[in-house]
Every structure is written in C-alpha cells, then in structure tokens.
Design a binder for this molecule. Structure first.
Ligand code: ZN
Ligand code: ZN
Length: 198
C-alpha cells in the first residue's frame, strides 16, 4: 500500500497525525513506508529533535480535518458488527466473527464458566492471546493437544475486518490497524489485521 512520495507532503512540510490531528513536521521519508516526523516546535507539547518518531505514511494527512475524519483513513480498520436495523458492512470489509473460518475458537465465556476469576476483560485478552499464539505458531498452554491448522490470512489483506466485540466511542467508526486502545474490547480481529497486512 505504498504511495509514491509525490502523492504526499514532502520532507520539511507539515502534516497532521491520525486520529487526533496533531500537527507534526515530516523530517524524512523511509523506504519501508514510514516517515520520521517531529513535533512542531510552537506546540505546547514541543519536544526537541531527538524526540522525532516514526509513523506509518498512512497515519499522516495533509489537513487537520482529513486527519480527524476516520472515513478517509486508508489503513485497514476493525469494525464492530451490529444487529441494529440498517447496519451494513462498510466497503472493503470482511466479517471475521464466528462461524467464519477466521472466528476465534476460544471464547471468553468458556473461561468465565470454568471459574476464571480475572474478569471479562482479562478473559477476552486471554482468548486473543491464545488466538495469536495459534496463528503465529507460538507455544501456549491452551494449545496443548490442539492440532487444527490456522486459517489462511491471504484473503484478508488490505480489508477492514469486522467482529461483534465492542469498540469505544472514539473508535466507533473503526479502529485502525496498529492502534492499541484500552477502551475497546480485546478482539482477535486486531491480530488478524496485524498479521494479514505484514
Ligand atoms: Zn478504542
Ligand atoms: Zn471480536
């Protein structure tokens, strides 16, 4: 999903960071599709040059309005499925909830029912962690004796992925790949977004 550099503000120009529209200056384009950016010095949160950081090309927008408008975000997003009348999957979106091939076989309710004490959120996190271990071939206590092959992710590349897990109000229109949010429910779709687009 690399854009050509001519598409984009060049080194030295200002840009706005998704999703909050924070103003930054582009220091350098990198060959891997990222940019080195720095805080704009007149902002109250100005950092010195040593605090430059790297962001995905696609996290930058030319204006603050565009940066704050999730519908213009080119990064694949996690979408929340809803049963409300009139809800339709956005374009370029694939349902990855159960019972699709990508659904998470580990259910938080199984852990809660089995007496898992850490609560709903932790149970969800655990299920997502097991799912990640399954897909990446990492050993995990829950995978002992598990012999089912993980699903093929190639069909998910570049798509938004939808599941029932709740998104917070800030991410109501979708949580972009790579955004870590403590207020959104943990979901295996985050793992799929990450791995399918590596
Ligand atoms: Zn969120
Ligand atoms: Zn989910």
């Amino acid at each position: 999903m690399l854009k050509i550099i001519a598409d984009f503000p060049h080194a030295g120009s200002e840009a706005f960071l998704r999703p909050d529209g924070r103003k930054v200056r582009i220091v350098q384009h990198l060959a891997d599709g990222r940019c080195i950016v720095g805080e704009v010095p007149d902002s109250p949160k100005a950092r010195d040059a040593s605090d430059n950081f790297r962001v995905d090309f696609t996290a930058l927008a030319a204006t603050k309005d565009i940066a704050c408008d999730p519908s213009t975000d080119p990064r694949p997003r996690r979408i929340q499925l809803k049963r409300t009348k009139g809800f339709g999957l956005p374009d370029n979106t694939r349902n990855v909830a159960r019972p699709t091939a990508w659904g998470n076989p580990w259910r938080p309710s199984d852990y809660i029912d089995a007496g898992y004490q850490a609560g709903q959120h932790e149970a969800r996190r655990t299920c997502v962690e097991i799912y990640r271990a399954w897909l990446t071939g990492t050993s995990h206590w829950a995978l002992t004796g598990w012999t089912i092959a993980p699903p093929d992710l190639s069909a998910l590349r570049g798509l938004n992925l939808a599941c029932w897990c709740k998104l917070c109000s800030r991410h109501a229109l979708g949580k972009p790949r790579g955004v870590d949010c403590p207020d959104c429910e943990p979901c295996h779709a985050d793992v799929l977004l990450e791995l399918a687009n590596e």
